[in-house]
Design a protein around this ligand. Structure first.
Ligand code: PMT
Length: 397
């Protein structure tokens, strides 16, 4: 469950920090890659050397390395992580998180994190029971932070009551449950995903197509399947293997893709239209290879069906997500498509952005709906897919 997961372990200044060493060891042992961020006070409770050795990575405390001035980017760290786990989380740190204070690396990383965040509070019983702490925890819950409840028992103060940080093994269990909840969140749903390029035959040996590799659409199919959805991937020509747990329907032309989508849309809960579909196809397909003559040649083209627009008309309360590949007037063109095709939201990528668009493993996209736009930085297509599926889930709620 935790294999390959990227986890930031945040450690704040509490006596319970000694348990963070065991926690780190358990997470690494379960296959997670762990990066540790500590507050300066946390260093008084457990040494950076211990945590660096157990996590197999240098510890991050300051915004920059005082020896060489190298910047510790909280933004990059926030993007890298699948989970930000703060254990122990003091009353002070939770109060700052609840109000958006960002006066250390651990807190700026919290504000930059796009992943789920979990905290394991640790403090004395009166601090824990205080109305201010309870209010802050409630506010964090409302912000979507998962609270791993502390246990009851002997506290470092000598008092007895609720406030002990949960035991490391229990925290690992809570983390596993968090990942499996996310994984299963779309169980019972069925989505179509179109991907790749269509092929429009001119004659038996030539065709019109485009540069789509299918990577973006396959990443979306995989992300949906990993969250438990049934996925039918309607795929133009690509060299990719079908993601695990996904049903693939191979098509060639825009007409084939149109038929495959229309047949299945009714029984689905929606579609993500990632394929680069030809807008025009040769008016006639020659039976034999066209022979070259002395002069120029032109080929008459006719319009293909707009698959997305057709599904948009039949959408009902299904979710419909579109893509827009633009080379100019990106924003207005994408907004036009959003309305015309009746998408719930559209994923804009532009060929003018380095690292975006066809073939590569990365993309730079903006998610646009009727009310808002969210610009995402350069990231892997797989991470873009997670953001798209997050937004779909958000709209379902
Ligand atoms: O496959 P990769 O190499 O990873 O590249 C990814 C990608 C660049 C192909 C992908 O990110 C992308 O942008 N896909 C949509 C490309 C496109 O055709 O955009 P468009 O602006 O022409 O079309 C708008 C929307 O209508 C798209 O959702 C498209 O799938 C859909 N459409 C278009 C024409 C048509 N006849 N039928 C459609 O359904």
């Amino acid at each position: 469950m935790l294999k390959g997961k990227h986890i930031i372990l945040g450690i704040t200044g509490s006596i319970a920090a000694y348990k963070s060493a065991v926690l780190c060891r358990l997470l690494v042992g379960a296959g997670a890659e762990v990066r540790v961020v500590m507050t300066s006070l946390a260093k008084e409770f457990i040494t950076p050397l211990t945590m660096a050795t157990l996590s197999q990575h240098p510890i991050l405390v300051d915004f920059f390395n005082p020896e060489n001035g190298e910047w510790n980017s909280h933004v990059k760290l926030g993007e890298w992580a699948d989970l930000y786990l703060i254990a122990p989380a003091t009353a002070n740190t939770m109060a700052k998180m609840a109000t958006g204070v960002a006066d250390n690396l651990l807190l700026t990383t919290y504000l930059s994190a796009r992943c789920p965040v979990a905290v394991a509070p640790a403090m004395d019983l009166d601090m824990y029971a205080h109305v201010a702490t309870q209010r802050n925890m409630e506010s964090l819950r409302r912000d979507g932070v998962h609270i791993i409840e502390p246990g009851s028992g002997f506290l470092a103060s000598g008092l007895q009551g609720k406030g002990r940080m949960a035991e490391p093994a229990d925290i690992v269990k809570a983390v596993e449950e968090l990942f499996s909840e996310k994984k299963k969140s779309l169980e019972g749903k069925h989505y179509l995903v179109t991907a790749g390029a269509t092929i429009e035959a001119i004659d038996p040996v030539r065709f019109i197509s485009n540069h789509s590799s299918g990577k973006m659409g396959y990443a979306v199919a995989e992300a949906l399947a990993q969250r438990g959805a049934r996925v039918t991937l309607i795929s133009g020509r690509t060299a990719l293997d079908c993601p695990k747990g996904v049903e693939r329907v191979d098509v060639l032309s825009a007409e084939d893709m149109y038929n495959a989508c229309c047949e299945r849309f009714e029984e689905s809960d929606g579609a993500v239209m990632c394929a680069a579909v030809a807008d025009y196809t040769p008016a006639t397909v020659a039976d034999q290879k066209l022979k070259k003559g002395d002069g120029d040649m032109s080929i008459a083209l006719k319009r293909t069906h707009d698959i997305a627009a057709t599904l948009g008309q039949r959408k009902g309360n299904r979710l419909l997500v579109g893509f827009a590949m633009e080379t100019e007037n990106e924003q207005s063109n994408a907004e036009g498509k959003l309305k015309r095709k009746n998408f719930d939201f559209i994923v804009l990528n532009s060929l003018r952005r380095e690292g975006a668009g066809f073939r590569g493993d990365t993309n730079v996209v903006t998610l646009i709906d009727a009310e808002s736009r969210e610009e995402l930085p350069l990231m892997s297509k797989r991470d873009v897919a997670e953001h798209i599926v997050d937004k779909m889930e958000h709209l379902l709620k």
